[in-house]
Design a protein around this ligand. Structure first.
Ligand code: DC
Length: 650
């Protein structure tokens, strides 16, 4: 499975230009297609769901042109029903294409077969089909009753009456009806049965229909009148606003990670209901500022967001972002009136609960609500995304808790925001890492510890983890080539690093692990892939603010390939043997220069020749040869590099 590892992040700040709104893009495309005249659509969203709509329109006989190098399109409207009367359409998991096309095609007098991915076939459409049948549409379910795939046939459509549609499962049914009914040419009254959810999405529909020349009136969002003799007419040029739901991740990033983070493309003049996410953020303590076409968010002065209890029916998509923001609140948070989550790209209530628990939250899940109690410390986790773009985008925010997170199947963001992770990386600052790799006894340990101390950063001596594994194995009588048993030992090592000391359980083994038997043992266990894998996460967990100095053999390659500073620290074998000899003698430990040299050479050879994580200078690492350099000079050299990159004050 494909995955993306996000490093622990220190802060978020910057500006993001949002991609076009999915809701507006797919509505405008359909309206432009049904219109008389050509529509120039600017800033259309480039994503999977919009592709599905564009492909379908092409198949249905709508001529459109993509203006190369832009997100602009020219759509030649067909001025009424679709000209192609027999077609098979595959609409992926795009609800914003499937529902409106079902309604428009049911009134187009042709034979159409509509299908999607497996999940699309689990998403209800019965309420829309029931409504369309009331005016004579001929629609059959080809799988389960109430769900796609569908077969549509030519039928005698009777406008001029009342259509009743349920409004409490998905507002897309009402949107689909509203946009299609002008095709009947007669006045139609729509009565909404049950409480209308996600109202702001209906407001988008009405606003866009009006721009295309059809004004629908309504009473209290319960009764809508689509006028007779209505025809869609191109308004000429339509600009697609930035996506307000996509904005939510960046605004939340600003509210969690310091900020300010500014999004451009939506603002106070937006027609999208999800801009009200900004209000919700403000209610929970964030600082929010807004202009016509931008919104900006930063963290509360106290640092932490406030616990909340909110009805989020009006912003169902952006509300998912609040569920993850709840991890950063100062108490339990309740998200109410979100039942529609259950029929989206996945059952989002269940998915959200499962994944929030993985990072340590206590979650209570109800039919239409979630309660999220944030953990004291976020736990690193591998997040499943359920082919749901919003799950992937939401959970990127966990990394702002200085917590690494792995996002499975990150490409699912292509549904609405193909460049999401690049845009996210553009406004966040990872916890910086200085990776110092090099051979045994090159002085990495001393230099690493001194650099960490000077910067006030964390320090990881990764070699000690291999040494501890070897020591533990020797103590427990585990053979040094029993890979499975050694890996089990490594993953459960009761190791602690206190001050400059290394503890195994309650015993200080700082000196013991430096003895030759542990050195040799470490280099033997370090060749075993399962042992390295067992120590992988433990090493990455040392990456905490304000920064980390990590030394070993594969810090800059396998463990922290994204380290900001990489140093390859080495010295001649003779110089290294002499240094180790002095160290041992000073500690009163027995040592022979000859045999130390011999051991070092053997270990160097083993470290460099092994199949997994061999010791090599990375192409992006700076070489530091300390053969004739003292420790102070080496430390100064590394500190200069760190400061030169702006990672610490000079
Ligand atoms: O740096 P050191 O001498 O304490 O390392 C002990 C052994 O562990 C050495 O033989 C190489 C191995 N090691 C490794 O394979 N990868 C690391 N990141 C660190 C050490």
């Amino acid at each position: 499975m494909d995955y993306l590892d996000l490093p622990p992040l220190l802060e978020a700040r910057g500006t993001v230009r949002l991609p076009g709104s999915k809701s507006i893009s797919n509505r405008v495309l359909l309206l432009a297609a049904l219109s008389e005249g050509e529509t120039h659509i600017r800033d259309l969203l480039a994503s999977d769901d919009v592709e599905r709509m564009l492909d379908a329109l092409r198949i249905l006989g709508v001529d459109w042109v993509h203006e190369a190098g832009t997100n602009d399109y020219r759509v030649h409207g067909v001025g009424g029903a679709f000209p192609v009367k027999d077609a098979e359409l595959f609409l992926g998991n795009a609800g914003t294409a499937f529902r409106p096309l079902t309604a428009a095609l049911a009134l187009s007098g042709g034979r159409y077969h509509l299908s999607g991915v497996a999940r699309m076939h689990e998403r209800p459409i019965g309420d829309l089909v029931d409504a369309l049948r009331q005016i004579g549409a001929d629609i059959d379910y080809l799988g389960n009753d109430g769900f796609p795939p569908l077969q549509l046939r030519p039928a005698d459509i009777r406008g001029g009456g009342v259509v009743r549609v349920r409004g409490d499962v998905s507002s897309q049914f009402l949107t689909a009806l509203l946009m299609a009914l002008p095709l009947t040419g007669e006045e139609v009254v729509i009565e909404v049965v049950g409480e209308l959810i996600s109202r702001p999405y209906i407001a988008i529909t009405l606003d866009l229909m009006a721009r295309f020349g059809v004004s629908v009136t309504h009473q209290d969002w319960e009764r809508f009148v689509v006028p007779g003799n209505a025809r869609y007419r191109s308004p000429g040029t339509v600009y697609v606003e930035g996506d307000a739901s996509s904005a939510s991740y960046f605004l939340a990033a600003g509210a969690i990670g310091g900020g300010p983070v500014r999004v451009e493309g939506v603002g106070s003049s937006s027609i999208q209901g999800d801009v009200r996410f900004a209000e919700a953020l403000q209610q929970i303590g964030a600082h929010v500022a807004m202009g016509d076409n931008w919104i900006e968010a930063s963290a509360p002065v106290s640092g932490r967001l406030h616990a909340f209890d909110l009805d989020l029916n009006h912003i169902p998509d952006a509300a998912m972002t609040l569920a993850v923001a709840a991890l950063f609140a100062d108490g339990p948070c309740r998200l109410r009136n979100i039942a529609s989550w259950r029929v989206k790209e996945t059952d989002r209530i269940a998915a959200m609960a499962t994944e929030l628990r993985k990072v340590g939250a206590v979650v209570e899940e109800g039919a239409d609500y979630l309660c999220v109690t944030p953990p004291a410390h976020l736990q690193p986790a591998t997040i499943d995304t359920y082919d749901d773009h919003r799950m992937a985008m939401c959970f990127s925010l966990v990394s702002l808790g200085e917590c690494r997170v792995r996002i499975n199947d990150p490409k699912c963001v292509n549904k609405t925001f193909p460049g999401y992770f690049e845009a996210f990386a553009g406004v966040v600052r990872p916890v910086p890492v200085v990776a110092i790799d090099g051979p045994s006894a090159s002085g990495k340990g001393t230099v690493g510890a001194r650099v960490a101390e000077a910067l006030g950063w964390q320090h990881l001596d990764s070699g000690s983890l291999y040494r501890l594994t070897a020591l533990s194995a020797i103590q427990k009588g585990v053979e040094l080539d029993d890979e499975a048993a050694l890996a089990a030992l490594a993953s459960a090592l009761p190791a602690r690093f206190v001050g400059g000391n290394v503890l195994l359980g309650e015993v200080d083994v700082s000196d013991e692990i430096r003895e030759e038997v542990c050195s040799v043992g470490a280099s033997r266990v370090a060749v075993l892939p399962a042992v390295r894998a067992a120590l992988f996460g433990r090493q990455r967990d040392f990456r905490k603010g304000p920064g980390l100095v990590a030394e070993g053999r594969d810090m800059g390659s396998a463990i922290f390939p994204d380290a900001e500073v990489k140093v390859f620290l080495t010295a001649s074998a003779e110089a290294r043997a002499e240094r180790r000899y002095k160290q041992l003698i000073e500690k009163g430990l027995p040592a022979k220069l000859e045999s130390l040299m011999q051991d070092l050479r053997e270990r160097d050879a083993r470290d460099a020749a092994r199949a997994v994580a061999p010791l090599q200078q990375q192409p992006d690492a700076v070489l530091l040869d300390t053969t004739s350099m003292d420790v102070d000079a080496a430390v100064a050299f590394v500190l200069d590099l760190v400061r030169g990159r702006g990672l610490a004050p000079g």
